[in-house]
Design a protein around this ligand. Structure first.
Ligand SMILES: [Zn+2]
Length: 213
């Protein structure tokens, strides 16, 4: 196990690159190469200060300010080109990271509450959340035009500031074919990720297939 307490924008891109290599290998039917591709980050465990329980999780559970509509969340990520509108870095939807975990549970740990000591830092670094631009508490509606893509870490780091002060960098960029690894998702599920939680992955695969055609 390797304890990770912080990461920066370069690490986010490194994680995205390593996952791309691993996921592409799975899609090519080569699980051995996929495991080898994950090796540089295998067994990393988040031990930093970001905690979903104190910030993101509570807000979601208590205030209910997060969009409940899963398709709407996916639409936000697609529109933003699977990039964080705060830092501009690549994002990988949580369902796809969960699929990587389901295939390689020892290399990439997962905890539904993103708990330190239990989860791999890629979830904090890469998984996007759909957050309100104008806060729900200030009357911001739960619609596509008022939602933006933020990495879980970026969202939590910015939670002390007024959401209005956040500078979205814009939406999907022309010429950028980054798709959040969604094109590989069906192959991940077919390779065995679907065994652990079949309904969850089936729904998310269908959702992205429907929204991205
Ligand atoms: Zn970010």
């Amino acid at each position: 196990m390797v304890d990770i307490v912080t990461f920066d924008a370069a690490d986010v891109e490194r994680y995205a690159g390593i996952l791309t290599g691993a996921v592409a290998a799975v899609a090519g039917g080569d699980l051995v190469s996929a495991a080898a591709a994950l090796q540089p980050i295998a067994g990393e465990v988040w031990m930093g200060r970001l905690t979903a329980a104190g910030k993101v999780g509570n807000r979601e559970a208590v205030a209910g300010v997060r969009p409940r509509n899963e398709s709407l969340r996916a639409q936000v990520f697609i529109r933003d080109g699977f990039r964080c509108t705060y830092c501009g870095g690549r994002a990988v939807p949580r369902c796809i990271l969960v699929a990587v975990h389901d295939l390689f549970p020892d290399a990439v740990g997962y905890d539904v509450h993103y708990k330190r000591g239990k989860i791999h830092p890629v979830f904090w670094a890469l998984a996007p959340e759909a957050d309100h631009v104008v806060a729900h508490s200030r009357g911001g509606p739960n619609v596509l035009g008022n939602l933006t893509t933020l990495h879980a870490a970026c969202n939590t780091r910015k939670s002390d500031l007024l959401i209005d002060d956040m500078p979205p960098v814009g939406f999907a960029r022309a010429g950028d074919d980054w798709d959040g690894l969604t094109s590989f998702y069906p192959a991940l599920v077919a390779a065995g990720a679907g065994v652990t939680r079949p309904a969850y992955h089936r729904e998310w695969v269908r959702r992205y297939a429907r929204l991205m055609t």
